[in-house]
Design a protein. Structure first.
Ligand code: PMP
Length: 401
């Protein structure tokens, strides 16, 4: 039965982490995986999550029953409000629905599977070049023809805005466009607000469907509202759209798989029917979503004091990342490393797209025990005040040689 099953390639990020773990070098660094670390390079359990955990632990009314198919309404509603804004007109008009998903990956998948069944449009789905590797997997997996739109300009180390607009204009009408709401992975380059306006106009002219992927709300700028600007702008223009939300990074709930798919429709009637189909789909795939992580998020988002504390925890995380950007940039300047490095401080979110090439990455891994992906992406949270100088010196060496 199985003799003709081909070997699938290993996942790049998970294999890098395995290589890092097996490495015994004292100065090894893992800047591959996108997970927050403290300055001591330890995983960070948010203090507000610890408080919510204690509340859950002491709540005698809780049991281990199944959740509703779409998740608890208090959770999905709070998640939608978080991304669309507390005064969202679309929410007030009853045009917003949501299902709890298996983190951001599940939100992407549920949205993709729904579109493939019910609203395939041109049958083409456009992802940025480059993007999070799972986008292609997920959308090809449900039967979309996946194409790329230009995004990263290696010369300016910024957004290829014209290339992106050209792709939007040339794509067949009614295509799905995956847009990173903020903190683009892997480049750390986001469109400016003016560029988002141009993107929205071009999308509307071609009747494309915006599918926002939002895995870093609060991480990009430390400001939850600012990081949701692009999504809210599209909703204000009257777009129907999906937003995949992940609470892995902004709550530090990586393993709990707490996510949400928010959908904005034209009418409350459409929303009701869409929700019914989402539930049917969900039932066949996971039956109903896991309770633990979403209960933590639910508690925090629905309590004013805990919500305020969460925002402080988010500021700590985003500021540590910004501090590491500044430190790395300064070391490269001090070393007079050839090339321009201002993109390191200009890019935002968890990652920096350094511009290092695959042969340079190979040397970083083999000679310096620094683990990063071939495309030169680094997770800023893997750097700390104790290793950033070693990292900068290693980069300086591979750039010169
Ligand atoms: N989308 C993007 C762009 C991401 O970077 C990530 C996290 N790596 C995700 C979605 C979802 O991750 P998770 O399933 O862990 O929430």
């Amino acid at each position: 039965v199985f003799q003709n099953v081909p070997q699938a390639p290993a996942d790049v990020i998970f294999s890098l982490t395995a290589g890092y773990k097996a490495d015994t070098h004292p100065q090894k660094i893992n800047v591959g995986v996108g997970a927050f670390r403290t300055d001591e390079l330890k995983p960070y359990v948010l203090p507000v999550v610890k408080k919510a955990d204690a509340i859950l632990f002491n709540d005698a009314s809780l049991d281990h029953e199944y959740q509703p198919i779409a998740g608890q309404p208090s959770y999905t509603k709070a998640a939608s409000k978080l991304i669309l804004g507390k005064d969202s007109a679309a929410i007030q008009q009853g045009r917003v629905g949501a299902v709890q998903t298996i983190s951001g990956t599940g939100a992407n998948h549920t949205g993709a599977a729904f579109l493939a069944h019910h609203c395939k449009g041109s049958g083409k789905c456009y992802i940025s070049n480059p993007t999070w590797a799972n986008h292609r997997n997920i959308f090809e997996g449900v039967g979309f023809q996946v194409e790329e739109y230009a995004y990263w300009d290696p010369v300016t180390k910024g957004l290829d805005y014209k290339g992106m607009l050209d792709a939007i204009q040339q794509a067949p009408k009614g295509s799905v466009f995956i847009l990173h709401a903020c903190a683009h992975n892997p480049t750390g380059v986001d469109p400016t607000q003016d560029q988002w306006k141009g993107i929205a106009e071009a999308m509307r002219a071609r009747d494309h469907f915006p599918f926002f992927d939002c895995a870093y709300q609060g991480f990009a700028s430390g400001d939850l509202d600012r990081d949701a600007w692009s999504v809210r702008y599209f909703v204000d223009l009257g777009f129907e759209l999906f937003v995949a939300q992940s609470f892995a990074k902004n709550f530090g709930l990586y393993g709990e798989r707490a996510g949400n798919l928010t959908f904005v429709c034209k009418t409350p009637e459409d929303t009701k029917r869409v929700l019914s189909q989402m539930e049917k789909l969900q039932r066949s795939e996971i039956s109903n979503p896991p309770a633990y992580g979403s209960r933590i998020v639910d508690i925090v988002l629905n309590d004013d004091a805990l919500y305020a504390e969460w925002k402080e925890n988010l500021k700590y995380m985003s500021h540590r990342i910004i501090d590491m950007r500044k430190a790395l940039y300064q070391h490269l300047l001090d070393l007079k490393t050839p090339g321009t490095w201002n993109h390191i401080v200009d890019q935002i979110g968890m990652f920096s797209f350094t511009g290092l090439k695959a042969p340079q990455v190979k040397v970083l891994i083999e000679k310096y025990h620094i683990y990063l992906t071939n495309n030169g992406r680094i997770s800023m949270a893997g750097l700390s005040s104790s290793n950033v100088e070693y990292f900068a010196k290693a980069v300086d060496d591979v750039v010169r040689n």
